[in-house]
Design a protein around this ligand. Sequence first.
Ligand code: ATP
Ligand code: AMO
Length: 434
Amino acid sequence: MEDRTYTADAEPGTTATVAGWVHEIRDLGGIAFLIVRDKSGRIQVKLEKDEMDEELVETGLEASRESVVRVVGDVKEEPRAPTGVEVVPTEIEVVAEAETQLPLDPSGKVDAELPTRLDNRTLDLRREEAKAVFEIRAEVLRAVREAFRDFAATEINTPKIVATGTEGGTELFPITYFGEEAFMNQSPQLFKQLMVGSGLERVFEIGPIFRAEEHNTPRHLNEATSIDFESAFFDHTEAMDVCEAVVKAAYEAVAENCERELEALGLEEEFEVPDGEFPRLTYEEAIERINATGELDEQLVWGDDLPTEGEHALGQDVGEHYFITDWPSEIKPFYIKDHDDDETLSTGFDMMHPRMELVSGGQREHRYDRLIEGFEQQGLPAHEFEYYTKMFKYGMPPHAGWGLGGERLVMTMLGLGNIREAVLFPRDRQRLSP
Ligand code: ATP
Ligand code: AMO
């Protein structure tokens, strides 16, 4: 198979071997066309019934849709062909036959519901639109890695089987680890912090996080991809600068390198790279603006978390990516540092897309005594976190960082209605396989 030519590269005047799936057979009587699809596109294979070898024509005509075929032939210019070229075959081989009853139609003529698509991802990703999402997702991750490298951050991988949670106890998936209780990791939070005190100083990780979310929503997954950043000697404003640059780099890369995919999604006109600085509102301004929209039944007061409807109302009001800063300390986790001049205010921030939260971050509490106090205030058993806290006794620099939901980034970037569209094999309350 190594001698095969991608359909997009088949040059008129050459003899080529193309291999791919039978997208369609158009039988017009004396002439028929087999449309062969591969990763690069499609090509027309001409079958002239009276002029070509009977067996060859028959093999072509009898190939069922979505069978894998290998075609050897002369590539000719043909203005009437969809791509301007066609293959006049000398050999057609059905390499792998497909049953005629397909669970979904990869040509996209018949729409399928999301659960059917997720149950049959292999066939679903033969559709240009579905494939485009994952080509773009890959480009986003590539661009994000490159942006982090430009900021001199080192990529790390931290354990996903852990002894303690970090983001609130109820969302943990417990597992048994050689007879001991353990959990699937909710966030690389504590490990990335441990690494800023190491010789690495500035790190990033792109990896899975696991959360037993209570709610089944279009924007929550039980296994998600977290893009995490953490740097020594940064405060929260510097962490926000990096966050903004990384998100913009992802958009820029997609605009530059994913023209075909954006077109497949019908976004070639609409797609915009965010320009200008993301506005930074304080939490106090945010609740005032939400209250002023009149969209909520009850006015928000200081200390409330922002309800989903509140986020939506504010998102519509702001109309672009933005940060919410200076959250009340009491609603941010123990590892977030408070402002030095006002302990009721934290350095925690969220970065929002008009549709939803994308990022949480902040400057971290790096002073050992304060950190231990923070555990006590949140009712967490500090001794269970000793593997983490003890390193704060041996020279832990001030540091800051954030975590960005990879699927939420792709979802909001492409206007997808459901986060599951941005994951090959999503895990949710109803879905454990495939
Ligand atoms: P028949 O004599 O049975 O009609 P034919 O081989 O002469 O068959 P045409 O009449 O030339 O076929 O074409 C049938 C249809 O297919 C026409 O609409 C024609 O434009 C189109 N067609 C013919 N050849 C090609 C080609 N190589 N690529 C795309 N379309 C083609
Ligand atoms: P947080 O819990 O806000 O912060 O998570 C950070 C970002 O991760 C994404 N995310 C999810 N995406 C899909 N499904 C989920 N269930 C899910 N949970 C989270 C969101 C969210 O904004 N340790 C901190 C980060 C930090 O301070 O560095 C944390 O985990 O986009």
